[in-house]
Design a protein around this ligand. Structure first.
Ligand SMILES: Cc1ncc(COP(=O)(O)O)c(C=O)c1O
Length: 369
């Protein structure tokens, strides 16, 4: 076993440069004692809306709730279908199921592993009400083509941007081509909280108001003791908002570093290990560095032997999960299924040293493939 270790992700490295600001944020919250809905929540929501270039941001408890609340606000429920790529984190599908609608799993583009209009067309039925475009690994889907497909058909286009904070498609902001974009602030995301957190951004004030109301027990605007609809509790904690505001200030720099890490990998990886393609005109958040290889499991154990941790995003597609057995005929999604057996996520974080990338690439170059 090697002495050297390259973790998959180093969360301590990302908080160390802002340790003093994080301490101050923590003290400010404990100082005023407003742990739910304190001033930090509105401050972060405003800052995040500005960062995204959208009219409104609603902080919620996590990225799964963010999707579910958008679907509920759009009145999507029993009898409705929502198209979801088969190769996403299960949360995207769960949100659909949890509003009583049915996720219909679609295949993806073999180069980018992202859903496009042809994939949506193949999954379409008269019951389809919405499409969830997942910006997998940080790279935005082709939003212009997707919107050109969904809008004449009256389908709601929603962005699951959990992995793509800071990414842009053809220079346009999140929610520019969709009804809303949803975010996760799970600690391992590019903008991670010290626990769970999430947000919805939208340019539709009516939708924003509905989501805010649903996330706060359906409470009336006029009187906090009146509840107009059956809502739920899904809040972004004050302490998480304070942490996120500090971390947001460093996000552009960290995303730029992740882009450099991708560049170093691209230069030094052997031809047998190919990073998923980045399409032109899209700025990725470079959340993950995912490569495709023929002998994925061997590669992972060889890297493990030399102290390098890797991840899998995701080895079992949603439509083949036990949770989704019994939904009728299992669709055949050849691209999703082939990729699931070949993908491996290499280490990446917002401060990853170039020497660590070189170490990973050196071992991938000299291993027996
Ligand atoms: C693509 C995708 N969608 C949704 C989620 C759900 O976010 P959360 O874990 O904050 O509920 C995640 C993150 O875990 C994700 O990667």
């Amino acid at each position: 076993m090697s002495e050297r270790r390259v973790p998959f992700l180093d969360l301590r490295a990302s908080t160390a440069p802002v340790a003093a600001e994080l301490d101050a944020a923590w003290k400010s919250v404990t100082g005023h004692g407003g742990y739910v809905g304190g001033p930090e929540v509105a401050e972060f929501e405003n800052a995040f809306a500005r960062f995204c270039g959208t009219e409104a941001c609603i902080g919620v408890a996590n990225g799964t709730d963010a999707i579910e609340l958008v679907l509920r606000a759009l009145a999507i429920g029993p009898g409705d279908e929502v198209v979801v790529p088969g190769n996403t984190f299960i949360a995207t599908a769960e949100a659909v199921t949890n509003v009583g609608a049915r996720p219909v799993f679609a295949d993806v583009d073999p180069a980018t592993l992202l859903i496009g209009p042809d994939d949506v067309a193949a999954a379409l039925t008269p019951a389809t009400k919405a499409v969830l475009a997942v910006h997998l690994y940080g790279q935005p889907c082709d939003m212009v083509s997707l919107a050109a497909f969904t809008s004449p058909r009256g389908l709601a286009l929603i962005e699951d941007a959990a992995q793509s904070v800071g990414a842009t498609y053809a220079g346009s902001a999140p929610a520019a081509h969709s009804v809303a974009a949803t975010y996760s602030f799970y600690p391992g995301k590019n903008l991670g909280a010290f626990g769970d957190g999430g947000a919805v951004v939208t340019n539709d004030p009516g939708l924003a108001a509905k989501i805010r109301q649903l996330s706060a027990h359906g409470r009336s605007d006029e009187d906090r003791y009146l509840h107009d609809v059956v809502g739920r509790n899904s809040r972004l904690d004050t302490i998480q908002a304070a942490v996120l505001a500090v971390r947001l200030s460093r996000l552009p720099e960290e995303n730029a570093h992740r882009a450099r890490v991708h560049g170093w990998y691209r230069e030094a990886l052997p031809s047998s290990v190919r990073l998923v393609e980045q399409a032109p005109g899209r700025v990725s958040s470079h959340h993950l560095a995912v490569a495709q290889v023929d002998d994925r499991d061997d590669l992972r154990s060889q890297l493990d032997q030399v102290g390098v941790s890797t991840g899998l995003h995701y080895p079992v597609p949603c439509h083949l999960q036990k949770a989704y057995a019994g939904m009728g005929p299992v669709p055949s999604l050849p691209v999703v299924e082939a990729a699931a057996a070949r993908i491996v996520s290499l280490p990446i974080w917002g401060q990853m040293p170039q020497a660590d990338v070189a170490y990973v690439c050196e071992h991938l170059t000299k291993r027996r493939g």
